[in-house]
Design a protein around this ligand. Structure first.
Ligand SMILES: [Zn+2]
Length: 249
């Protein structure tokens, strides 16, 4: 019985391969072309950030850990593996006054520590970082155990959406945080969306409906649409479609 020696002698990029079908004879056969798509790494640049830290020493960390224990069930001040970015506006027109409010560590809703944000973006687009990104900051009820807080100086969503430098800075900062911490776009939320986030968790029944009017659902759709377009441009993973929950209150 005659055996036919068969060996592939060329392949890879070509759509056809040359095959030895026997001594001295060859044939080409078509092979399905395998798409070779080079993986493009995410390349969103970190925007310029000015470090202007608020006091967050041992006492405030202890207060934050106690807050976490009361509201989330775990004694912790460290922000580990954050899953959410919460967008806010300050309700005023001054960066300095917002920074002073967060630095003061004043009682809020009858409890310590005071309110806080990881970043404040001034109306001119300058981004300030207030605490290290490994610290839990008290900025949105139900979310502080897993969320970064970004405050924008201003008094309404629309005012800020119409300030190209400021909103552009917010998009760039949000995108970079998504890339750096693998945060899905659906978990970029407005403060007013905290109650419908699947990450919302609050042990105090009387606080379970606590929200604020800043960055509502309709305006956050605009916000996320812009960030989505930038994410595609910079190859930052977006993640699955949003899953909103019914408020647990
Ligand atoms: Zn807010």
């Amino acid at each position: 019985m005659r055996s036919i020696r068969r060996a592939i002698v060329a392949s890879a990029c070509a759509g056809a391969v040359l095959v030895l079908t026997g001594p001295g004879s060859t044939a080409t056969i078509d092979m399905p072309r395998r798409a070779v798509v080079p993986a493009t790494a995410p390349n969103a640049q970190k925007p310029a950030v000015i470090l202007k830290r608020i006091p967050f020493g041992a006492t405030r960390k202890h207060q934050m850990a106690a807050y976490s224990k009361r509201h989330y069930g775990t004694w912790a001040w460290r922000l580990q593996d954050p899953k959410v970015i919460v967008e806010h506006f300050t309700g005023g027109n001054s960066f300095t006054s917002a920074w002073n409010t967060f630095a003061a560590n004043s009682r809020h809703l009858g409890e310590m520590p005071g309110t806080c944000a990881h970043f404040i973006i001034d109306s001119n687009g300058r981004i300030y970082q207030l605490v290290w990104l490994t610290i839990r900051c008290r900025h949105a009820v139900g979310m502080n155990w897993t969320a970064f807080g970004i405050e924008m100086v201003g008094t309404s969503d629309h005012q800020i959406l119409n300030r190209p430098k400021q909103i552009g800075a917010a998009y760039r900062l949000t995108l970079w945080l998504m890339q750096r911490f693998h945060i899905q776009l659906r978990n970029v939320i407005g403060h007013h969306e905290n109650l419908i986030s699947p990450y919302h968790h609050e042990l105090y029944p009387s606080w379970r409906c606590q929200t604020h009017a800043d960055w509502n659902h309709a305006d956050m759709k605009v916000f996320r649409r812009h960030v989505r377009a930038m994410a595609i441009l910079h190859h930052v993973p977006i993640g699955p479609a949003p899953v909103w929950v019914h408020p647990n209150c």
